[in-house]
Design a binder for this molecule. Structure first.
Ligand code: ZN
Length: 495
């Protein structure tokens, strides 16, 4: 009987994978290749497939199957047990929300994104506000239906970072606020006289493409099971571990954007490519959390990618493709790519100020889901916080509260992952330096050793270990923001 039920489960998962595969393939196409007018039909197809995927998973038969397997939990092996816990959690989450509500929410999101996109151009927050208000109301309703412990916002946080709570994040951001704000003041001052103008001259796009491909190969991104293409916003998408696709974006007057996006998405991509074979086709065959995923993208982008040691090996290739860099010393190039300056836009922020942008969004989302704020007052709150943390006066909402796409897509509780990723990355780096000669590996371009280390410690586990379990196993402690602050202090030359 148990074997028969496990077989049924495998069939169910196989169908889920097929729906997921088709849906993701359409998304990939829409973001990279599809002509503009294809989008309407593609959205319609996505709607039909999403509904079918939902019905495939959420139905009384699945419930019966999961119940039976949970009753026989002790007879299952560890991978089965962990997969079952994850699936049951997912089922309980989805079953609590009526189907009609989901489709209403989906069409609201589609409209909201279009409205946001226009509002971002015009700077008129009042155009987007009614949609934002509705999106928030939906999420408040979802929280009620799904239930919560402690703060209502916890339910949303847990979707992206399992086990994360307001209590833990308050402590995390309090530490950053206290220790980072003074560091930033001095760091920005020290960066003032660094010249990085040479990064923003005109650089041939085709040569930039060649460089990005070279960088992806240099970090051992496996092109036998991966692709590098171009999209407006860089992202990573994968179909299991053997088909991992990353994108970057090329700007003629900004040579570093594509390079660092390639390193960033390459880090996400390596994570997926290196998940262990025995879990890749199970519910555990994906990253542990958004925060851990982001730690891997950022360790390649920032810790390795902005290091002097890495560029010692890469610089000759840059000079070969762009002879302009024969006139720039490696030392000055290294300073240029690490220059910090306060900016309005999160995605353009440097390592030093980035986390403060995330902190502002966290504080605002917390207010929203504690019902302590009216949506119409958000721009004022946003601008006050930018002034307080970065000392900048926001000139308009396009450079302020309207800059990010996330809320229009219903992504609430997602932003903290970015700051967590930075902190995890620094904590992992400290451990890595204890266990191996990282500088030497970077100098030698030895990504075999680097990737092997991260595969053994992080990638191979997929989501079979939770973020705190991974960190404790690797570093002996749970998330600790001290390492990130130390990293920045060291980088921007303090004490
Ligand atoms: Zn990322």
């Amino acid at each position: 009987m148990l074997d028969k039920k496990l077989d049924e489960l495998d069939q169910l998962l196989k169908r889920s994978r097929a729906y997921g595969h088709a849906i993701s393939m359409i998304h990939w196409d829409m973001e990279t290749e599809a002509p503009e007018k294809a989008l309407e039909r593609a959205s319609e197809v996505l709607g039909v497939l999403s509904e079918a995927a939902f019905e495939n998973f959420v139905n009384p038969k699945t419930k019966e199957l999961l119940d039976y397997l949970n009753e026989n939990f002790d007879k299952l092996d560890e991978i089965r047990q962990k997969s079952l816990v994850k699936l049951t959690k997912e089922y309980n989450k989805e079953v609590k929300i009526p189907k009609e509500l989901i489709s209403e929410y989906e069409s609201l999101k589609a409209k909201a994104q279009a409205v946001w996109s226009k509002a971002k151009e015009s700077g008129k927050f009042e155009d987007f506000a009614p949609y934002l208000e509705k999106l928030v109301d939906f999420n408040l309703k979802f929280i009620d239906l799904r239930g919560y412990e402690g703060h209502p916002y916890n339910t949303l946080l847990d979707d992206y970072e399992p086990g994360m709570t307001v209590e833990k994040l308050d402590e995390f951001f309090d530490y950053l606020r206290e220790h980072l704000v003074p560091v930033i003041k001095v760091g920005l001052e020290k960066s003032k006289n660094i010249n990085d103008d040479f990064l923003n001259e005109s650089y041939d796009i085709n040569k930039q493409k060649e460089l990005s491909k070279f960088v992806a190969e240099y970090m051992n991104f496996d092109f036998s099971k991966g692709l590098l293409k171009e999209s407006v916003h860089p992202f990573t998408l994968n179909f299991g571990k053997n088909d991992v696709r990353i994108t970057t974006h090329y700007y003629e007057n900004n040579i570093t954007s594509a390079i660092f996006s390639t390193l960033h998405e390459g880090g996400h991509g390596l994570y997926e490519q290196n998940i262990a074979d025995n879990i890749t086709d199970t519910p555990l065959g994906e990253g542990s959390s958004m925060g851990i995923h982001e730690s891997q993208s950022r360790i390649y982008e920032n810790v390795f990618g902005r290091s002097y040691e890495l560029w010692k090996g890469l610089y000759p290739k840059l000079q070969e493709l762009f002879p302009r860099f024969n006139e720039v010393s490696l030392e000055n190039f290294h300073k240029g790519i690490n220059k910090a300056s306060a900016s309005f836009i999160r995605v353009e922020a440097d390592e030093l100020t980035y986390s403060l942008h995330v902190m502002i969004r966290y504080e605002i989302e917390k207010l929203i889901f504690n019902k302590e704020v009216d949506v119409k007052d958000l721009p004022k709150i946003w601008n006050e916080k930018i002034k307080e943390y970065l000392g900048l006066d926001v000139p308009n909402n396009s450079l302020g509260i309207l800059q990010d796409v996330h809320w229009s897509c219903g992504l609430f509780g997602y932003f903290p992952s970015y700051a967590l990723g930075n902190a995890y990355a620094s904590q992992i780096e400290v451990q890595m330096r204890k266990d191996m000669d990282l500088d030497k590996a970077l100098l030698d371009g030895d990504f075999n050793s680097i990737n092997k280390y991260l595969t053994d410690k992080i990638h191979k586990y997929g989501s079979s270990l939770k973020p705190n379990e991974l960190m404790e196993k690797l570093t002996g402690e749970d998330l600790n923001p001290k390492y990130f602050v130390d990293y920045l202090k060291n980088k921007y030359n303090f004490n």
